[in-house]
Design a protein around this ligand. Structure first.
Ligand code: CA
Length: 229
């Protein structure tokens, strides 16, 4: 397991390095404070996951993201000090799989890294899921909506999988966060909201008035089965 960290804040590099040594010793850390170098290492080192700071001394983190995505589908988690949703949404649009707002808890980052590097089950071992117009194969992350292929991130796949398994029933924020990241953290509800919004933009005709992925205010979300729509 190899983690590539592109981050110019030495304290954060040290924190993540220590967290990995203590809690995930089989993960090897490769770190750089430069975006250019980060792009090279993403190619040369073939990491299993990339942690990418958006504010770097040489290149804008979005540019680094775009360049890595031009040749690699490695899971990428962006780190940002700005909690503005616009930034996060742009990162996810440009191909990041998840994000964390600094300051973050070590355990939270580790949980997210583990989610993104979780081995996909071998094809055939998990039955594909179906609900109304949706067909989703968790093993290959292939999603069909009315027979059209929709590209989703690893995190969106975990969310959708949990919603589909519980189709027609409300899934609480806590149970969804646990299904996706293994634990429930401060900020998990906000993260879910952002990922759900991205999913709606991909699946709903009008993301502001969703008919498929519905909100149960104050409780969680549910996937409407056809007769609920
Ligand atoms: Ca920075």
């Amino acid at each position: 397991m190899k983690v590539l960290l592109v981050e110019d804040d030495e304290n954060i590099v040290e924190t993540i390095s220590m967290a990995l040594r203590m809690r995930w010793p089989e993960a090897k850390l490769v770190a750089t404070h430069l975006g250019e170098r980060g792009v090279e290492l993403a190619g040369d080192e073939v990491p299993d996951v990339v942690v990418l700071d958006l504010g770097l001394p040489d290149l804008n983190g979005f540019e680094v993201l775009k360049r890595i995505r031009s040749f690699s589908s490695v899971p990428i988690i962006i780190l940002t000090v700005k909690s503005e949703e616009a930034d996060i949404v742009k990162g996810l649009e440009w191909g990041a799989d998840d994000y964390m707002v600094k300051p973050f808890r070590q355990l939270e980052l580790l949980a997210r890294l583990k989610t993104l590097t979780r081995r996909q089950s071998p094809p055939g071992s998990v039955a594909p899921l179906a609900c109304g117009p949706l067909r989703f194969d968790p093993a290959t992350r292939e999603l069909l909506y009315s027979n059209k292929e929709v590209s989703i991130t690893a995190t969106e796949g975990h969310i959708l999988q949990h919603l589909m398994r519980n189709a027609g029933h409300v899934v609480t924020h806590a149970s969804l966060a646990e299904a996706v990241w293994g634990e429930v953290y401060d900020g998990a509800i906000n993260s879910l909201r952002v990922h759900i919004r991205r999913l709606r933009e991909k699946l709903e005709q009008n993301p502001n008035r969703p008919v498929l992925i519905r909100t149960k205010a104050g409780v969680g979300y549910f996937l409407a089965v056809p007769d609920q729509r």
